[in-house]
Design a protein around this ligand. Sequence first.
Ligand code: PAF
Length: 282
Amino acid sequence: MRIERELEGLRAATGAWRAAGRRIALVPTMGALHAGHLALVAEARRRADAVVTSIFVNPLQFLPGEDLDRYPRDEAGDLAKLREAGCDLAWLPTPAVMYPPGAATVIEPAGPAEGWEGAERPGHFRGVATVCTKLFMMTRADVAVFGEKDWQQLQVIRRVVADLHLPLEIVGLPTVRDTDGLALSSRNQRLAPEHRARAAALPRRLDALAAALAAGRPAGDALAEARAALAAEGFGVDYLALVVPETLAPWPGGQTGEARLIAAARLGDVRLLDNIPARVLA
Ligand code: PAF
């Protein structure tokens, strides 16, 4: 596996692949890789001839006071996992490569970026959209693979790619979960043991909520009850909502169809995000 930290090296590799007619897949990550990331790499392998995985803890998507400094980092472990997974190139730009002195251009997404994470973390999706657009341009990928765990992020990326006419396909993969149902996330490492033991109550509540909605229970009541139950279980609930999957707009009352349940809840200083599909019977 090739490891590149400078744009020249990355461009030489991807340029040669393109000249040879090879299809390039990108898996954007912030490192601290787990089985969920490796599933993305495996999917990228199936969809392309050459796989690039980027590892970059993007300062632009962290708000002041968030966990940028405490974000888990394990470069040696990540590279070993990527080698094992059959990745062809690990792209490890430094902040100065990604944002050279004087850099002043950002991508400001609206639409699905508004509300939920966008409201809780103002500027977060500007950082995500900007770095992903840069990664797409730097790698000249034909396809990029993202996890559905960050559902709103995936919809924002799809919107940006469509709006900017970027010539690549975006693929979303279902969330990979631990044996107790907790969605895998690099931040799970930071959960205190007592919080980790309690964390799977979040996906359990989402599943129960989806079952209630599919049985025709009014969404407002079911959501309020689930929020209260999570609070009683010790979660600080930032939001728990039923939304239109692609736009993230609140699900219209009285409408039957395929919606998405999205949630963000805190245990200690770790924020857990989760989401699942929900069939609503109105
Ligand atoms: O989901 C992530 O890990 C990050 O938001 C991403 C897409 C790599 C952009 O920094």
